[in-house]
Write a protein that binds this ligand. Sequence first.
Ligand code: NGQ
Ligand code: ZN
Length: 453
Amino acid sequence: MSSLFAHNALLPQGWVSNVRLHWNDDGDFNQIEQNTELQAYENQVQFALPGMTNLHSHAFQRAMAGMTEMAGEGKDSFWTWRDLMYRYALHITPEQIQAIAAQLYAECLRHGYTAVCEFHYLHRDQDGSFYARPAEMAERVIAAAEQAGMGISMLPVLYSYADFGEQMLRHDQRRFSTNVTEIMQLITALEGKRSAQVEIGVAPHSLRAASISQIRELVAALPGARPIHVHIAEQQKEVDACIAYSGRRPVELLLDTGLVDERWCLVHATHLNKAEVQGIASSGAVAGICTTTEGNLGDGFFDLPDYIAAGGRFGVGSDSHVSQSPVEELRWLEYGQRLRLQGRNIASIPAQRKVGDFLYQAALQGGAQASGRQLGQLSIGYRAEIVVLDDEHPNLAGISSADVLNTWIFAGNDNLVRDVYVGGKLVVQNGKHLQQAEIQSAYGACIRSLRAL
Ligand code: NGQ
Ligand code: ZN
């Protein structure tokens, strides 16, 4: 099948009724009919919308979700969590990262993510030497995406230093260790994987882990318009350390390079002053917001209202994978602002007052831009990625399309995603991932051995 009739489809201009979506053998939309009529025996759905890009993922961290929620002796923080996370990171083998990523991506697909940006830094073997194939770990993650049917932007991470001022890496960071030459070699090794489903970009980890001169060198060496992601200002301690080192805040320091443009995704732009909010917005870069992880790690709140007012672009990611659902990211993005500002219906603009619709459409566009791929629209030339919602669920029964997104995002916890197409291929049907049994059994074996550690 290469077409689908939707009684209601979310097109770029909003919900449109009686739409037929067509795609070609490459998995791109090649015709969108509007005001058309349902034909006999045609495959039809009630509500069809574009799939969401998950713009920030560290796939291996899926295996430790739920395992770090116990108070330690002193005050717990992002930094104590990070020590625990490094302990897990030291154990993951190539087979395990593939099993974990496949499980994660299948879960993400079941919840309506159809593409992922993988911020991948587990490059080296446990002892700190490169594998015989230096890109082995990245290749495994790409193989997992292929297995699950998820589109992927693989972003090999440059991680050279332990902190500002080019401080030597800690022993427990040895698997991440790379310099610019090594990252460019990894990217070159991965070039052959590029396809309609796979893009290769790059990610300087943070201004702690990569110096400004390295970032300049990396961006200059990068072929063409590839996505560039960075963790920017997640923790106050990191902002303070950046000021102590450079006299400037991290976003200021990065923007002052003049490098930041539409290729960039600034992940965790949590701590911003007013000028930085304007600066990111006018650069055309995407702010990568990972609400559930930011909540889990105690990062702080993104200044959403000012950023929206400045016309800033944003998308969402599940980062450490305490959640695998775009609904939860978008819901908590809004709820965080309501709690912070003691108000309601914050994420909206005069032209779009429905919060769910504003959030979903904005995150579709921002996520797609951050992926460096043609995603996020039911339009000709874009990847045929379609999420079909379960119109038989009580929440959606008899609903008008105008209320679908608000209901999906703000009402209840049932997963309303019924079917998912990626690159024109059905990967989730009736709420089940089509490879679920195999993927889950490999993950089960992997997680049992990790838990036994
Ligand atoms: C990461 N996590 O890359 O997984 C980081 C911690 C680090 C978040 N920034 C690792 N949420 O800072 O070295
Ligand atoms: Zn991250």
